[in-house]
Design a protein around this ligand. Structure first.
Ligand SMILES: Cc1ncc(COP(=O)(O)O)c(C=O)c1O
Ligand SMILES: N[C@@H](CCCC[NH3+])C(=O)O
Length: 442
């Protein structure tokens, strides 16, 4: 059994997280339940920050909160001295609701609306990462009308094809994100922004994709952007003070995954930046990174209750749980792989091969095609590991399933941080038919 972070086993043979018995949690809060190991999040955050300190560069580590956005996780991020990457008015509102320091909020997105951008100005956030030409027009318009300053970065697609699922690569030229580096769009964006009276161009941003293991791809992206920064200095006498290299650091979902320690990726990138600054006599920029998955992914575990089983003779045994693609779309969307365990008998041999199915009305709603569990039977609590990133944040009410509750565990204590949706929540936006007149039919 592979344990993440503070996971362990207690005297009852139950899985514990943050020193709390997961079976107690399942009984107290119900299932499906997302449980976060807060100490692991803190450890990861500290490791990123420590790495930059050791390498000797100024840095901001921004939590890419699309991975899991809630007021409580923003509060923990704040406590850890992280910055915050938000990608919508809704995430910004969550940050504001958490009282997150505005100057450490960075706003991303390939189609920010005028009102979202105005909201960013209202809140005087730290930086807008500009993605396209219409955004330049809008941001200039807002800044000039209000006569207000705003820091901006230019998002660039550096032409790096990282090895990951097609849906989560973003650094290649044919991407909906950012300005292309090779065809001149990035330079054009630079010319439109670099001497604006209200917009403070800090530098460049790139993010090559998600769940990437090879550090070469990150280092290559750093090199490509540094070269462009040097060219702007040489041609326009403009020095970038910030280089944002995004997130995307891969984590271990199953034993097939062999990531480096998350902070090792940033160490290598920082070294590339330092060596380029030395060889081009360039002032060392502040490096920003945006880890999402590598901060919260393995800190999250989902607890389900096992329900019906079905044997397809000589083919497989299905065991269904009380959630599925509604709380974790990743297996259905990306073919993502996970591991699981029978949390109430965690020490027994996990040798029974089953397909862990969800309860949604879709044949593709399988959480794990080949799960090895300890003789799973109805009523068992099944823990699916590593669900902390892009699980709850991509959850839906498909089949009108209420979204799960979320509990934080740390030092033997637990706290509900997102309550479970009720059936009333599920219909809260519905408006019953009232005034539509029907033609009388005879
Ligand atoms: C711009 C940007 N930054 C950071 C991230 C975080 O990525 P990850 O969760 O893989 O670290 C993403 C998502 O892929 C992103 O689009
Ligand atoms: N949602 C994706 C990652 C996309 C990251 C956002 N750019 C996943 O679950 O792996």
């Amino acid at each position: 059994m592979y344990f993440y972070g503070t996971q362990s086993v207690n005297e009852l043979g139950h899985l514990t997280i943050g020193g709390v018995d997961t079976i107690d949690l399942a009984h107290m809060y119900g299932t499906p339940l997302n449980v976060y190991d807060v100490a692991l999040f803190r450890e990861r955050a500290a490791a990123f920050k420590e790495t930059f300190k050791n390498v000797g560069v100024r840095a901001q580590v921004a939590y890419a909160s699309k991975a899991f956005s809630s007021i409580a996780i923003y509060e923990v991020a704040e406590q850890q001295g992280l910055s915050l990457d938000v990608v919508s008015g809704g995430e910004l509102f969550t940050a504001v609701s958490a009282g997150f320091p505005r100057e450490r909020i960075h706003f991303h997105g390939n189609n920010k609306s005028f009102s979202e951008l105005q909201y960013a100005f209202d809140e005087k956030i730290g930086c807008i990462v500009i993605d396209n030409f219409s955004e330049i027009t809008m941001v200039k318009d807002i800044a000039e009308t209000r006569k207000e300053k705003m820091n901006v970065l230019i998002r660039v697609t550096p032409g790096v094809e990282a090895h990951t699922h097609d849906y989560i690569t973003t650094g290649q030229e044919d991407s909906k994100f950012g300005f292309d580096l090779k065809n001149g769009q990035t330079d054009e964006a630079f010319l439109q922004l670099h001497d604006h009276p209200y917009l403070e161009l800090l530098g460049m941003h790139c993010h090559i994709g998600s769940q990437i293991f090879e550090s070469d791809a990150f280092c290559f992206a750093a090199e490509v952007l540094m070269k462009k920064m040097v060219a702007w200095r040489d041609d326009h006498d403009f020095v970038c003070t910030v280089l944002n290299l995004g997130g995307g650091f891969g984590i271990r979902y199953t034993e097939e995954d062999e990531p480096l320690h998350p902070s090792a990726y940033v160490e290598e990138m920082a070294k590339v930046v330092l060596s380029m600054t030395r060889s081009h006599n360039y002032p060392v920029p502040e490096i920003w990174v945006e880890p999402g998955r590598s901060l919260v992914g393995d800190a999250g575990t989902t607890l389900y209750t096992a329900g019906s089983t079905k044997e397809v003779p000589d083919v497989r045994k299905y065991i269904a749980v009380d959630g599925g693609m509604s709380d974790n779309i990743r297996p259905a969307l990306y073919g993502a792989k996970y591991t699981a365990a029978t949390a109430n008998r965690i020490e027994e041999p996990h040798v029974d091969k089953v397909t862990l199915a969800g309860k949604c009305c879709e044949s593709g709603d399988k959480l794990i095609e080949e799960a090895f569990l300890a003789d799973p039977t109805e009523g068992d609590i099944i823990a699916v590991f590593c669900t902390g990133a892009y699980g709850y944040s991509m959850a839906s009410n498909y089949n009108r399933l209420p979204k799960p509750a979320i509990v934080f565990c740390e030092n033997g204590e637990h706290q509900l941080v997102v309550r479970r949706e009720t059936y009333e929540d599920v219909v809260r936006l519905d408006i019953p038919l009232q005034s539509v007149k029907r033609e009388e039919t005879v």
